[in-house]
Design a protein around this ligand. Sequence first.
Ligand SMILES: [Zn+2]
Length: 440
Amino acid sequence: MVRAKLVHFKLSRSIVSDLPMIVGHVLKGAIFRGGVVATLAVILGLSSFFNAPVAAKDKGSTVAKDARLGGNKARTRFVADLSKATDYRIFTLADPYRVIIDLPNVNFSLPEGLGNSGKGLVSAFRYGLFAPGKSRIVIDVIGPVHVEQSFILKPKGNVPAKLVVDIVPTDRKNFERRRRELYNKRREKNNVQPASVDKSIEILTREKKHKGRLRVVIDPGHGGLDPGASSAKGSKEKDVVLAFAKVLRKKMKQLGKYDVKLTRTVDVFVPLAERVKIAEDYNASLFVSIHADSISKRLASRTRGATIYTLSKKGSDLEAQAFAKKENQSDVLAGLDLPETSSEVGGILWDLTQRETKNQSLKFAGFAVNRMSSKTKFTQNKMRSANFRVLRSAIVPSVLIELGYISNPEDEKLLKSKKWQNGMAIEMTKAIDRFLKDLN
Ligand SMILES: [Zn+2]
């Protein structure tokens, strides 16, 4: 399960001691939202809870050293220790309920494995790079909540700056009302236009401009605050698939026949719909999303092998459906609130376009199974299908290759071996070449 493997914050014993100090500050007027900075004195004695003063590695970026939860279901407080006061933006999302804190680039130097469990109204939370130069903390909450107040306390002596967020329960109606108000304000400010509902006509009339070389987009899954699956040893899917995607790009470049683009080249979150858009905007003839799966500890030692997935509404089997559901969580984990993509709606024209794309996707999947078989075992059903968001392009043939199970020690070893990566990338390059040859 992706969710269970995420890095969470640990509840710290020092929260109890933070509370009177912070409440004191609040009472004296360090009030909520927009990064209002408290200027009040810090009560002595707190510094003993921190082993060392928090100092930024590079002066420019903010470092988060610790975080904790306090309170109960009537009011839950989240506190993050930061190397300096910083601007932030806070908002809530529904389905599932979440509180999102956006920050400038923050270096999260938090103890590994900070808590899967929450406290009070918080069930868990995650953090990481959301986009270049932007960091995000996503707090999962157990129901509709209201951010009663949030503020930043400046650092003082050995005591780091603190970002403090107080959450109280509310009902769905009030939650929605506040969200709508905030959303309208934001929309006015940014002049956001709602996405167009049906792209069928645009797509059918769009010329496939190949202008010389055919193009391929390789999509390393996950990234940033969405780590994907992980192994018992701590290997993360987002790192393994990025490393492999880079090797694959290298092999494709060495072939010298096609142009190749990666959806990400660093450890950053990219929304699923954005990955599709990258392929469409690039006029790609093929989109290959690279992933690795994980399974519960009980089954980890005997579950291994690769699978190739294509898009289908219903899913070929229950396992494929479950895997797609897990993969589709990526946006939710990173705190996105996007409407369903336009690829899901549309009329007959859309269906026809998508059918052709689907046939092409299946054709490539067949080539890939053939070539990859010399380098890896496959799961029982080599080719499966399910409703993956990242495969929902109507115009670019798209497959999701699950390279293996990162939770299986043998697969993990292969996934991390340079030799295996090279060999597998060569085979995949051959499959891609075989597929694109027919298009030329
Ligand atoms: Zn994945």
